[in-house]
Design a binder for this molecule. Sequence first.
Ligand code: PMV
Length: 353
Amino acid sequence: MSDKVYRASTTAPVNIAVVKYWGKRDAKLNLPTNSSLSVTLSQADLRTLTTASCSASFPASEGDALLLNGEPSDISGARTQACLRELRSRRAALEAADPSLPKLSTYPLRLVSENNFPTAAGLASSAAGFAALVRAIANLYELPASPSELSLIARQGSGSACRSLFGGYVAWRMGDKADGTDSMADQVAEASHWPDMRALVLVVSAAKKGVSSSSGMQQTVATSGLFRERIATVVPENMAIMEKAIAEKDFEKFAEVTMRDSNSFHATCADTYPPIFYMNDVSRAAIRAVEAINEKAGRTVAAYTFDAGPNAVIYYQEKDTEAVVGTFYHVLQGADIGGWKSADIKGLKPTIS
Ligand code: PMV
């Protein structure tokens, strides 16, 4: 038995949606009820680094294992298992076609992942995490897969992860096939297309979110009437306007759709029974602060968006850094802007990758 260890490393970035994925039409395959669109943040600021290794010499009794930020992490969940199964079966197909290849698909996997941002920051780290895990193993197995094909696999780990396989502006097309083979991501524009775009992450709370995105989605699909309207008309319209705004680098439109879509998503959460509230008083005050900044500037210079938690991501353009970041940093130092005075908020200033 060879004790050769095969190894591959990769990184994947965090993405923050401007048209939100919210709702599954098939929970097992992680198929969404609507398409979504996101902006990938710079890996220098927020990324997961994953190394995958395998060897015939790793004891089979130990099985596959993941070390996440130095701690053993459970990978027995259906989502992670679906990704591993899919990657292994693609490798097994290569091995069947070329018997000279080492049988990596039969070896136990050791995965080591690290985030360069505090996991406790309350940022959705699952997108970067699953994207890095899938690409690291695909590289280890030397699979001839494009980012879009890998997005099909990462999607089964965490829906939003399929968008983290690309930089810049990324769409996840919901597809209409029952087996999910057309539910994948593609790049709408490179980051360099709009070099002025910036993001500011305001960490309102580092606490783990109360209602997981999966159960929040399930409850929304089951009980919200507003949600039906959202997926039938609101999101398709937002996707079309957003893609045009990005193509034309029209920040006013980009910002309006970003804010409207975040509001629409959180409204459907409030419309579930019982209602789900991801934003808190500080989040709402951040919305008022953005409105105050835009009013003072006399045009839209900042756009807020919130995922399934209270933290705000503010999109703005480099030329408006002073008006936006300057204002928020004054707020962080205790000034009162738009009624927002919270002292315990941390700001992170990632660029777009
Ligand atoms: O990828 P998940 O299952 O964690 O869901 C993410 C949902 C949102 O972050 C709220 C929206 C999105 O499109 O990323």
